[in-house]
Design a protein around this ligand. Structure first.
Ligand code: URA
Length: 434
């Protein structure tokens, strides 16, 4: 078999065999197929697309390019979730301990923030000492012991995806359904869970801007995951404004802690209950989402979810005293409430710009290796549809540098549209898939 023949076959619009896909992916991972041939092949896939069978083979080949965790020896059913990324998305911090507290093990490898989207690993790292570099052996041992793991992606998980994603990024082929699906699903398959809940965000603060596109992506992922023997479900959720109030790593941990104590913003609380309920249904713990919501709410109300969160922090080396007393989380030096420039209704928020304001403050990153300031961020005070009083704080900025604060203030003011006409509040979810 020759790489060039496989490139030509896809270039001419033909379906690749399982063996050809396997040959190409393993050859590229081992460095036997060079970047320029992989780039040509990716472009051919981008332009010609892939059948479901090819996408499934590509997913499996990428998953098998590194470690594949077998969690059967740990628990009969383990669930995981994937969010397509957004602004203020701290859902995993609430949902993982809530679901685990209901007796369903949650094993999750999660990512860092990039560009305007935040990442759960960065949020967790605002807890002093919290380790996000568990080995596969530690992952399994902790899952068996306390039924919950939230860690970064192990270096040997789907290495083909790491190489291919970096290449896709610089040749303009990120936005291809078979390439996105195989990239996400290969990592999820390798991480070993039986049930996977997809939270696909759509809107100004998401990578996907249109509901139809999000549905197509979710449907393909659900189909491919199901064909690979996983229990799958997808939720299409709104990301036209930040989720909850807080955007910024330590601020978001604090907000998640509030929700685990039955407080926090209503939208975040409701979003978390729905996601937790769907995971419980996927794991066969409840018969439907209504029962799941009840069980998840009960786990929070009785303090079991909070106890599970504390067990998680302790198991991964985090300072439990800090989360018990969140004032000890990293705090910014400058805290500035910014008044609304005028009264009316909050009509629109450009959520991506709110994410970029976090980058202005130093709390997000442009490149994967950039350091970040965990203390900084923004706390918004209104949701779309709310009436806004002139001169009352529209949002509060937490900063460690005056110049950065000024840049974020300007960007955030421009990101909020206030007008005289009332508008409907935004939905939390658009639909479910699977
Ligand atoms: N996230 C991923 O992991 N891969 C993609 O291709 C897109 C988003």
């Amino acid at each position: 078999m020759h790489a060039v023949d496989i490139i030509i076959k896809k270039r001419d619009g033909h379906e690749l065999t399982t063996e050809e896909i396997e040959f190409f992916i393993q050859g590229y991972t081992r460095g036997e197929i060079p970047d320029y041939q992989a780039a040509a092949w990716l472009m051919a896939v981008y332009l010609r697309g892939m059948s479901d069978r090819e996408t499934r083979d590509l997913t499996l080949a990428m998953a098998r390019s590194g470690d594949v965790l077998d969690l059967k020896e740990v628990a009969p059913v383990v669930v995981d979730k994937h969010s397509s990324g957004g602004v203020g998305d701290k859902v995993s911090l609430v949902v993982a301990p809530t679901v685990a507290a209901c007796g369903l093990p949650v094993g999750k490898m999660t990512g860092r923030g990039l560009g305007f989207t935040g990442g759960t690993v960065d949020k967790l790292e605002s807890i002093p000492g919290y380790r996000t570099d568990l080995t596969p052996e530690e992952f399994k041992a902790q899952l068996a012991h306390i039924g919950i793991v939230l860690t970064g992606q192990s270096a040997d998980l789907a290495p083909a995806d790491r190489k291919l994603y970096a290449l896709r990024d610089v040749i303009g082929v990120v936005s291809s359904i078979p390439l996105i699906v195989s990239s996400i699903m290969s990592k999820k398959i390798a991480a070993g869970a039986d049930g996977i809940l997809l939270d696909i965000k759509v809107g100004s603060g998401a990578l996907v801007k249109a509901v139809e596109e999000a549905v197509q992506l979710a449907e393909t992922m659900v189909r491919i995951g199901t064909q690979l023997g996983r229990r799958m479900r997808g939720l299409i959720s709104d990301m036209n404004q930040p989720l909850g109030w807080a955007v910024g790593n330590a601020l978001e941990v604090r907000e998640a802690i509030d929700v685990l104590h039955e407080g926090g913003p209503t939208d975040l609380r409701e979003h978390c209950l729905v996601v937790a309920a769907e995971m419980l249904a996927l794991g066969g713990i409840v018969v439907d989402s209504a029962q799941g919501i009840e069980m998840a709410a009960d786990a929070i109300a009785t303090g079991k979810a909070w106890q599970k969160f504390l067990a998680l922090v302790e198991a991964q080396g985090g300072d439990v005293a800090t989360v018990e007393e969140p004032d000890h989380l990293p705090q910014a030096r400058l805290i500035e409430p910014v008044p609304a420039p005028g009264g009316g209704y909050l009509q629109k928020v450009n959520a991506a710009e709110v994410g970029l304001a976090l980058m202005d403050l130093g709390g997000g990153r442009e490149k994967k290796e950039d350091p970040i300031d965990h203390a900084v961020g923004v706390v918004t005070h209104y949701k779309v549809g709310d009436e806004v009083q002139a001169e009352t704080p529209l949002f509060t900025i937490h900063a460690n540098d005056e110049t950065r604060l000024a840049a974020a203030r300007e960007r955030l003011l421009a990101a909020h549209t206030i007008g005289p006409e009332p508008v409907e509040p935004l939905p939390l979810f658009y639909q479910s898939v699977g």
